[in-house]
Design a binder for this molecule. Structure first.
Ligand code: SAM
Ligand code: SF4
Length: 438
């Protein structure tokens, strides 16, 4: 089926599609399009329930937390929607020095984060591969951060090899929109104007050895149903070619940004649409993580936690040096300004398991190996117990007040029913041992 054909949204057919997904099979583009075009609210309730069930089966109750660390807002491109675009003459520009990057990372580590997503504008001279290598090395050596992911401009295979060797976990890059005329209208200058260079980015990253890549479209640039179906088509083509697809799908939704020249209303994605998108991603690719950022308001994020999200950022700043001192130009406005501690408390209060775990990267459980383990539902078991250990560390080092009490109670319950020496490891954590996992 072509993604412009009229999809089948009959109840019986949709239930068959949901059954396939509940059997943890990947959906075809035509099945995804059918889900996207459902109009009946009752049927959407069934879709949401199925998404939540699939999430629970593959990932259990855990939600992994991270923060973005903006390294640079200098950029040669002119994406009309972004505060960092080169045409935004009012932007205050900054690229973090090594010391500054380490200071921000160390501050975040003290708050309890163990995984960060590095983010940068496209500026090969100031924030190219030479800079990334140095800054990644400095942060690993100078802070308690255990895994760094990167969202940065597409690179050549050679540069991706260097990036992989520097110890980056996931390379993330969004196509923004697959709709060529819209892409061209929104990206008029710089390297990003080359649609094909961006479209081939994941092939180059995978060729260079990245098994974990993060993909997405910027929701609100074009018709969301079309772009979501196109993204799934792209993921499936990578799966056919390499035997594995993306590690994560993100759901960035267009936010107001200082200096934006884009039309933010024409393809607006409502809160209800966003819930549908999260559910459809979860159902389409059951083993792929779904990432929700602090672009979204707190109430909506709380709903998305139960609907299929498996990784969420918290306590984020979107400007370089933003954690140490607010001031320089933000990329876009934040919707959820709660601290990491508040979000952890909320997740635990919803009956879910907050996780700051990085064990899979430390144990080499990534890419294909991660997928096989997930298929055997082993990831769910590892992850749950590792989440407990990571939370124990968090309680010892960073939590305070009511959230600390709430988490201590949760940990007591979890330790009582745990296996694999979790209780013993928790004792060791109390005695000062760190980075314990299964
Ligand atoms: N400069 C690199 C690039 O464009 O791929 C990577 C970093 S860029 C800061 C990360 C992502 O932010 C972009 O891919 C885009 O999807 C998203 N973004 C840009 N402007 C945004 C806005 N106004 N609202 C929400 N997300 C935005
Ligand atoms: Fe630069 Fe990325 Fe913003 Fe585009 S989205 S202007 S490439 S930082």
């Amino acid at each position: 089926m072509n993604i412009t054909d009229t999809p089948n949204t009959e109840t019986g057919y949709i239930r068959d599609v949901l059954a396939k997904s509940l059997d943890l099979q990947t959906l075809t583009v035509s099945e995804v399009s059918s889900l996207l075009w459902v109009e009946d609210d009752e049927l959407w309730s069934e879709i949401f329930q199925a998404a939540s069930d699939v999430k629970e089966r593959v990932y259990g109750k855990r939600i992994v937390l991270f923060a973005p660390l903006y390294l640079s807002n200098e950029c040669m491109n002119d994406c009309l929607y972004c505060g960092f675009r080169r045409g935004n003459k009012d932007a205050k520009r900054k690229t973090l020095s090594m010391d500054e990057a380490v200071e921000e990372a160390a501050l975040l580590a003290r708050r309890g984060y163990r995984r960060l997503l590095l983010v940068a504008g496209e500026h090969p001279k100031r924030a190219g591969i030479d800079y990334f290598e140095k800054v990644i090395d400095a942060v690993y050596k100078g802070s308690d951060i255990r895994i760094l992911h990167l969202n940065a401009a597409p690179m050549s295979v050679d540069d991706f090899r260097r990036l992989k060797a520097s110890g980056v976990g996931v390379y993330q890059c969004f196509q923004e929109t697959y709709h060529l005329p819209s892409y061209r209208r929104l990206h008029r200058a710089g390297a990003k104007a080359d649609y094909a260079w961006r479209l081939g980015v994941m092939d180059r990253a995978i060729e260079a050895g990245f098994e974990d890549v993060g993909m997405g479209v910027l929701l609100g640039l074009y018709d969301w149903r079309w772009d979501v179906a196109a993204l799934i088509a792209h993921c499936r083509s990578l799966m056919n070619k390499y035997g594995f697809g993306p590690h994560t799908l993100s759901v960035p939704r267009l936010q107001p940004a200082q200096g934006s020249m884009a039309d933010h209303s024409r393809y607006r994605v409502s809160d209800d649409d966003l819930k549908k998108i999260v559910a459809v991603y979860r159902l389409a690719l059951p083993y792929v993580g779904v990432v929700v950022s602090t672009r979204e308001p707190a109430d909506l994020r709380d709903e998305l936690f139960t609907l299929g999200a498996s990784q969420v950022s918290a306590g984020s700043k979107t400007s370089p040096w933003g954690y140490v001192k607010d001031g320089d130009t933000e990329q876009f406005e934040i919707g959820d300004s709660r601290s990491l501690e508040e979000v952890i408390g909320k997740i635990a209060g919803l009956g879910l398991m907050p996780s700051l775990c990085t064990a899979c990267y430390r144990e080499g459980r990534s890419g294909e190996r991660f997928k096989h383990l997930a298929e055997e539902e082993a990831i769910k078991n590892f992850c749950h117990e590792n989440a407990v250990l990571s939370l124990k560390e968090y309680v010892e080092d960073s939590a305070s007040g009511e959230v600390k009490e709430q988490l201590t109670e949760l940990l007591d319950e979890e330790i009582a029913k745990s296996r694999n020496g979790v209780a013993q490891k928790c004792k060791l954590i109390e005695q000062g041992k760190r980075d314990l996992h299964i």
